[in-house]
Design a protein around this ligand. Structure first.
Ligand SMILES: Nc1ncnc2c1ncn2[C@@H]1O[C@H](COP(=O)(O)OP(=O)(O)O)[C@@H](O)[C@H]1O
Ligand SMILES: [Mg+2]
Length: 417
């Protein structure tokens, strides 16, 4: 009798042992599993945070009271004009951008709010920045994502494109209309009138030439930008090149009664004559165009030594703009220095920074007496880049305009034939 009892006893003990073992293992495996899962989640979150911190768009997550829960790197960078302190937890203080803050105020106070997208502009030092801003209510929580994207560059391209289409159509249309109109008049009988026919042909000739210049400018710029216009060095006589450029504007200079002070010394220099000519012709054209009747234009040109490059920088003023393509590490022995100064209407501080942008004109109004395409200084800027030049533009509204540049002499690249 005792045998079956002890067997039952042992079986009971064994089952109890197995039961506790099962519970023990079950619990521990679960803990182990949860721990692993937790680690996995933690790694995943770290990865997401890393990605969010390194994306181009700025992202901030805020709660319904505008407390900041998360801000990524791009958000900080884009809003950098406003000093961000790491301990600041309230959005208003974080950005100090009134427009963005009022958008957020509206979002958090509207219970039906879901989404808003708006362009916001503000000034970062002297530069206007444009930010596309999206505020999104995160479903299932009382949190909001504020996503910002810097579209300053895109907006500039878009504005330039729109301005270009407007300008170019006008610029192309005017000469074509004149050519067509006067051709028609000639065909309708004026050709037989010796008093007017030559005058009309001259007008047609003038407009055809204008059209040609415009198309040349467009091709020049396109060639520089697509690098189809390599630099070709040779020994050049700068003075005669500049004299030739001046001849192009002789008629206008006479008509406007401009005084030209020409202090260009005889310079023999190794560089690209076509490119230097392109730069100087555009600068003379602007000086002639934007100087009032009776004004004065002063030209300086000489060979400068290596100190000229430093002198350029030390002469920078708050209102000067620098276009610098001069490699700092290289040692150049000789520079060509050129400066053109006029006492015309000049350009104000904000516009000064935009010079050289394609199609940018201070006054793009079509009734403006000074018609142009806004391509001249873009050509100058790109060409100076090809020649590794350093340029300074100084101007203020009503106080004339000075454009100075230096170009290092080409030595290593120059092969004498
Ligand atoms: N010497 C100058 N004086 C005053 N404004 C100037 C001068 N040179 C250039 N500008 C301004 O810069 C703008 C861009 O010049 P540019 O690129 O040569 O285009 P465009 O002469 O065809 O208008 C001009 O429209 C003008 O407003
Ligand atoms: Mg011009």
């Amino acid at each position: 009798m005792s045998y079956p009892f002890s067997a039952i006893f042992y079986i009971l003990i064994l089952s109890l042992f197995l039961f506790f073992l099962y519970i023990f293992l079950y619990k521990n495996i679960q803990i182990l599993f949860t721990k692993n899962k937790f680690k996995e989640y933690q790694d995943e979150i770290k990865n997401y945070l890393y990605i969010l911190n390194n994306i181009m768009d700025g992202l901030a997550i805020i709660d319904g009271r505008k407390n900041i829960l998360f801000v990524n790197g791009a958000f900080n960078k884009n809003m950098r004009s406003i000093k961000i302190q790491s301990n600041i937890k309230e959005f208003d203080i974080l950005t100090r951008n009134l427009e963005l803050n009022s958008l957020i105020d509206n979002a958090v106070s509207d219970i039906n709010f879901k989404f808003i997208e708006k362009k916001i502009s503000y000034y970062d030092r002297a530069e206007e920045k444009i930010i596309n801003c999206i505020i999104l209510k995160i479903e299932s929580s009382n949190e909001y994502a504020v996503i910002i994207r810097d579209i300053t560059y895109l907006q500039k391209i878009e504005n330039a494109r729109a301005a270009f289409i407007q300008n170019i159509s006008h610029e192309l249309k005017t000469p074509i209309a004149a050519i067509m109109g006067f051709t028609e008049t000639l065909k309708n009988g004026a050709i037989d009138n010796p008093d007017v026919r030559m005058k009309f042909i001259d007008i047609i000739d003038h407009h055809a030439k204008r059209l040609n210049y415009l198309i040349d400018d467009l091709i020049t710029l396109a060639n520089i930008e697509t690098e189809k216009s390599p630099v070709k060095y040779e020994k050049i006589n700068i003075k005669s090149g500049i004299d030739h450029s001046l001849i192009l504007f002789e008629k206008e200079i006479k008509e406007k009664n401009l005084t030209i002070i020409n202090n260009i010394t005889d310079i023999s220099f190794i560089s690209d004559p076509v490119k230097i000519n392109q730069i100087i012709t555009n600068l003379i054209q602007n000086a002639v165009k934007y100087t009032d009747n009776g004004g004065t234009i002063k030209l300086e040109g000489y060979i400068a030594d290596s100190k000229a490059a430093d002198y350029f920088i030390s002469n920078m003023e708050d209102t000067s703009v620098l276009w610098d393509n001069l490699p700092t590490k290289e040692d150049f022995g000789k520079f060509f220095f050129f400066s053109i100064e006029d006492d015309g209407k000049g350009v104000n501080y904000t516009n000064l920074f935009r010079l050289g942008e394609r199609f940018f004109r201070v006054d793009s109004s079509h009734n403006d007496a000074h018609k142009g395409t806004g391509l001249g200084l873009a050509i100058v800027k790109h060409t100076l880049k090809l020649l590794q030049g350093r340029a300074i533009i100084k101007s203020s509204l009503g106080n004339g305009f000075i454009f100075s540049f230096i170009i290092p002499e080409a030595k290593s690249n120059f092969k004498q034939n």
